[in-house]
Write a protein that binds this ligand. Structure first.
Ligand code: C2E
Ligand code: CA
Ligand code: CA
Length: 523
């Protein structure tokens, strides 16, 4: 009753942006081009808001075909339109953080690339960000804390950019930033520095203070880029280099990085054959009882005798092997070889108590199902007493999956095998868990020993590790003892065992006899 029957009552309520289109549809029906009228458009409601409607109608004509009125229906489809918009939004946004997702990021990057091809001199840059140690935080504090952390980091990133730029979550703990209209490279590195500064303060997640950082790779727009994947890939490569330098670093992509990647790929290909071609060797570094100066045993350290490159150290290929899964066959070979080596050494050098062997285990290996079974097999085969064997694991390895790690640790303890925590003091702190772990010894990381000066400065951390170990009934082994004054300091602090270049470098099994003879002569 509130609306009259003049056309303007209808047409006047149509959204100005839609009215032209609706009039065209009506005209097309009236002049016979369309059999009926149909369309979706927005109508002004009495409450002042626009509603989406779908309208269907048919002209009612007098005998000569002249239309004199329109009959039909109009349905409110606002809810459906909202749902469609939501679907469209969802398709291009990350549900957790609400940030643009990979699809939208790639779409915007494509536009920017096309624009820069049309207009020379319009620069852009992509930052690829990957959170450091996210998995550890996620696994140890729970996924809901992890989710909150991702949301908080997303917000901080948005604070670091200008309105026209884009922050997206690519997935997992990876984010990307698209900077448009950067006139110089420094603008991109400034954003990276801003991000690092912003994340330096702890985040308050559900009452817990969490420190987090990101590694950032930067790719600056260049003519050779045609597709968004190329830019993102280079930023990703640069991120990888940044991560290799430690937490909270950034790197700008340059083409030598491609060469590095190719190098890595070659090394990886070579590594696949290393076990079969018997190119791996174990070196053994003596561990000394600091009270008696006696040799107590060895740490097995792997090396790769590469046919072209010579001796390659584990830090260069173990991380690679962990990434591509080769750590399983390699780790198995190390376990077996170390058991064989230990048996040989014990037979050659009978001692009371018998010589011991420490073997480094990587995280992937430690949580592997059949580690314990395999090890039991090797012990049986070689006849080595399990109580003379120790596995070295790191704090962060345990923290990655505490439950699984504790289970494996308990099974190893039940077999009589010892467990040492390697590089103690450098990992993600697990002090509150430590008493739950069936551990026999802590190895003080060599960075702490290195900082020990002749006048005894910097000994507090070592002292507290030693007293912590004492209260938990763990032994302590100092790593990286290189100088006499370091030895005197750690002896003063009642550290029981030591290892380092001062006593011996890691050596091949064939050199151990000569080293022992030399020691006897000195004594
Ligand atoms: P790590 O377990 O902390 O091993 C000790 C490293 O310190 C060894 O380096 C050793 O050669 C070195 N080192 C020993 N004494 C001194 C010293 O007085 N001064 C200094 N500056 N360094 C000393 P390496 O052999 O290059 O091994 C590096 C890392 O690679 C090891 O650190 C360990 O995490 C890993 N690794 C070595 N062998 C294996 C293995 O068989 N399996 C696994 N999963 N990882 C291994
Ligand atoms: Ca070790
Ligand atoms: Ca160590």
């Amino acid at each position: 009753q509130e609306i009259g029957d003049r056309p303007e009552e209808w047409l006047g309520r149509i959204h100005p942006d839609d009215r032209g289109e609706v009039e065209a549809w009506i005209a097309a029906h009236l002049n016979g081009r369309n059999a009926h009228f149909e369309g979706e458009y927005r109508m002004l409601h009495k409450d002042g808001a626009y509603r989406w409607v779908i309208s269907r109608g048919l002209a009612v004509r007098i005998k000569d075909g002249q239309a004199y009125r329109m009959a039909g229906s109009q349905t409110d489809i606002t809810a459906r339109k909202k749902a469609e918009e939501q679907l469209l939004y969802d398709a291009f946004h990350d549900a957790l953080t609400g940030l643009p997702n990979r699809a939208l990021f790639m779409d915007r990057l494509q536009h920017v690339i096309s624009a820069s091809q049309r207009r020379a001199g319009s620069l852009y840059a992509v930052l690829f960000l990957d959170m450091d140690r996210f998995k550890i935080i996620n696994d140890s504090l729970g996924h809901s804390v992890g989710d909150q952390l991702l949301i908080a980091v997303g917000r901080k990133l948005v604070d670091c950019i200008r309105p026209g730029d884009t922050v997206a979550r690519l997935g997992g703990d990876e984010f990307a930033v698209l900077l448009e209209n950067v006139s110089e490279l420094v603008h991109a590195t400034e954003v990276a520095e801003r991000v690092h500064k912003k994340l330096a303060a702890p985040l308050d997640i559900k009452g817990t203070e969490i420190f987090t950082s990101v590694s950032i790779g930067i790719a600056v727009g260049e003519d050779r880029y045609e597709r968004p994947e190329q830019v993102l890939r280079d930023a990703d490569i640069a991120m990888y280099e940044a991560k290799a330098r430690g937490n909270s670093c950034y790197e700008v992509f340059d083409t030598t990085m491609h060469a590095n990647i190719l190098d890595r790929l070659q090394l990886e290909a070579d590594l696949r054959g290393a076990v079969d071609h018997k190119e791996l060797i174990l070196f053994y570094q003596p561990i000394i009882d600091l009270n008696t100066q006696e040799l107590t045993g060895f740490e097995a350290l792997v090396r790769w005798h590469h046919p072209k490159r010579g001796l390659i150290y584990p830090l260069e290929f173990i991380p690679l092997a962990e990434e591509n899964g080769l750590i399983h066959p390699i780790g198995e070979w190390i376990l077996h070889e170390a058991c064989v080596g230990l048996k040989t050494l014990q037979d050659r050098h009978p001692a009371r108590p018998p010589l011991r062997m420490s073997i480094n285990i990587s995280g992937k290996q430690f949580t592997q199902q059949d580690l314990v079974g395999k090890l039991a097999g090797f012990l049986r085969e070689t006849g080595v007493d399990p109580a003379t064997l120790a596995l070295e694991i790191t704090e962060s390895m345990i923290m990655e999956n505490v439950e699984a790690a504790v289970e494996t640790m308990n099974r190893l303890r039940d077999m009589g095998i010892h467990l040492h925590i390697d590089d103690f003091g450098t990992g993600y702190s697990s002090l509150s868990y430590l008493h739950r772990f069936p551990v026999n010894a802590l190895k003080i990381d060599r960075s702490f020993i290195k900082k020990l000066s002749a006048d005894g400065a910097n000994k507090e951390i070592i002292l507290s590790i030693i007293s912590l170990a004492k209260s938990l009934n763990f032994e302590v082994i100092a790593e990286g003892v290189e100088m006499e004054h370091q030895l005197s300091r750690i002896k003063e602090m009642h550290c029981a065992y030591g290892q380092g270049f001062l006593f011996a470098h890691p050596m091949g099994i064939q050199d151990i006899d000569a080293w022992l003879k030399g020691r006897k002569m000195q004594a």
